[in-house]
Design a protein around this ligand. Structure first.
Ligand SMILES: [Zn+2]
Length: 500
């Protein structure tokens, strides 16, 4: 994302400098565009139960008569670690883009490694456990998440870079797609440099941004992550003003980035608003649009590598590690950072929690059981006069065990007494108890963790459940699907007050 600030301070330099010998990419270390595309297709092909790929393509219909039509195509990989499904409405949805700027080759290497980790999540869990993370917690989130990944967003720009234009960040026809979004579009700062950040003839003039916008509108992600290089930073909105949004959700977002900074960036990343931290404001960016217009609650730009000692014209060195060991270290680290991010997501009030025992409509359900032919018991939920829905099965061979299948997740639990089973749904939130005495499911929480919000929710739920039982016909509209309590609100840390 970071711009080259050409010319700034150059006048102070001695005229006679040693001749610059810009670093060039070593394609025995980095993959070529062609090789990466092939490898990604292969990874997906051998994991058909959790991955699928599509080629998305658009052509500019409004290209002027004297210019050739401009087409952009890119791979979009869907990854659903719990198994591919059609309906993503109950899942945590994450949309990730890599390689938006052609010269940032390290980001596309990171996408390749991320897909390899998704192909072998066991190895990812081993590594994060060695880092001190909870693999159980990450696995729990992983299995109820779905990812849409654009491993190489800017195919046209990347082609130019591989042809030798090592400072190229724009797309195949000279537009910076990260200035092409309809949010504060076209605004020019004093140091505006069209060779770096030409925003196009109009918002969404570019096929790349059209593809991504359509994808985001359809997918409705909870998390948008745009991976760049040029510095080390974990950004949230805004890019076009030097401030971050206010409120509990934005505070939770900021806290997640702070935690990620410690576990994935040695505490060295700049954290906060892009507009405040980069040193210049950026207008028409994807992250601002995703957050402000599409209401994506967690919108991020990660800057994963930068060599601040590199000469302004030595672009490959400035944006990418040169040798193999450092390249692999950076790419592996930031691919794993996506898994570390999952660990923190349940703390965010806008991330949906796993709910068991509720019907798809989100209403509260009565719970009962009946014997199965095999000897076990089926636990079911039933809402009013509606169809019974299975929520769990007991194990006929081990009657004290239960398996809960909900929202693409299979969870195990244990018997508490003759009528109740306890199932761990989310280590950060607590356990759910399935009661078989005809009452709704309820959540158990470790002592002392009930926030005021949670108490209020419980009282309201209990009242409504009682009213329902008294036959007053009250419906519990989404009682158990409301926003979870903002756990981070108990924390003392606050986002910094940033100057406008
Ligand atoms: Zn960039």
């Amino acid at each position: 994302m970071v711009l080259l600030v050409l010319g700034v301070g150059v006048g102070a330099r001695p005229v006679e400098e040693k001749k610059l010998d810009p670093a060039k990419p070593d394609f025995s270390v980095y993959h070529t565009q062609h090789a990466l595309t092939e490898y990604i297709a292969q990874i997906v092909k051998i994991h058909p139960s959790t991955m699928q790929i599509e080629e998305m393509s658009r052509t500019d219909k409004d290209a002027s008569p004297d210019s050739a039509a401009y087409t952009s195509s890119m791979q979009v990989v869907t990854v659903e670690p719990g198994g591919l499904t059609e309906d993503h409405s109950n899942k945590i949805r994450l949309l990730l883009a890599f390689g938006e700027h052609g010269r940032e080759l390290i980001t596309t290497e990171t996408s390749f490694r991320l897909l390899r980790l998704f192909a072998d999540p066991g190895s990812a869990m081993d590594i994060v456990e060695a880092q001190g993370a909870s693999p159980h917690r990450i696995r729990s989130v992983l299995h109820r998440s779905v990812f849409k990944i654009m491993p190489m967003f800017n195919m046209g720009g990347r082609k130019k870079v591989e042809a030798g234009e090592l400072c190229e960040r724009k797309n195949g026809r000279g537009v910076d797609t990260n200035r092409n979004w309809d949010i504060h579009w076209g605004f020019q700062e004093k140091d505006y440099d069209p060779s770096e950040e030409y925003p196009g003839t109009a918002p969404f003039s570019e096929p790349e941004t059209q593809i991504l916008k359509a994808l985001a509108e359809d997918f409705k992600p909870h998390v948008w992550l745009n991976v760049h290089s040029g510095m080390e930073a974990l950004f949230m909105p805004y890019d076009h003003v030097a401030t971050i949004p206010t409120g509990p959700a934005a505070e939770a977002t900021y806290n997640i980035l702070e935690e990620l900074n410690m576990v994935s960036c040695r505490g060295q990343c700049a954290v906060g608003s892009g507009g405040e931290s980069v040193g210049y404001l950026a207008h028409g960016t994807a992250t601002d649009y995703m957050y402000e217009r599409l209401k994506v609650p967690l919108s991020f730009t990660w800057e994963i590598y930068g060599d601040s000692t590199a000469d302004f014209h030595d672009c490959f060195r400035m944006f990418n590690p040169l040798d193999r060991s450092e390249m692999e270290e950076v790419a592996d680290n930031w691919a794993l950072a996506v898994f570390r991010l999952l660990e923190f997501l349940p703390k965010h009030p806008d991330i949906p929690h796993l709910q068991i025992g509720t019907n798809p409509g989100g209403r509260s359900a009565r719970v009962g059981q009946h014997a199965q032919p095999g000897g076990g018991k089926e636990v079911f939920a039933k809402e009013g006069g509606r169809k019974r829905q299975k929520v769990a099965n007991t194990n006929p061979k081990r009657p004290a065990e239960i398996r809960v299948e909900g929202e693409g997740v299979v969870l195990a639990g244990r018997k508490v007494d003759g009528k109740r089973w306890e199932v761990t749904t989310d280590p950060l939130v607590g356990n759910e108890t399935i009661s078989l005495d005809g009452r709704s499911l309820r959540a158990l929480h470790p002592p002392g963790t009930l926030s005021l919000t949670r108490w209020t929710l419980l009282v309201v739920v209990a009242f409504l459940a009682l009213a329902c039982y008294a036959g007053k016909g009250l419906r519990l509209a989404g009682n158990s699907r409301g926003s979870p309590p903002n756990l981070s609100s108990r924390r003392s840390s606050k986002p910094p007050t940033l100057s406008p």
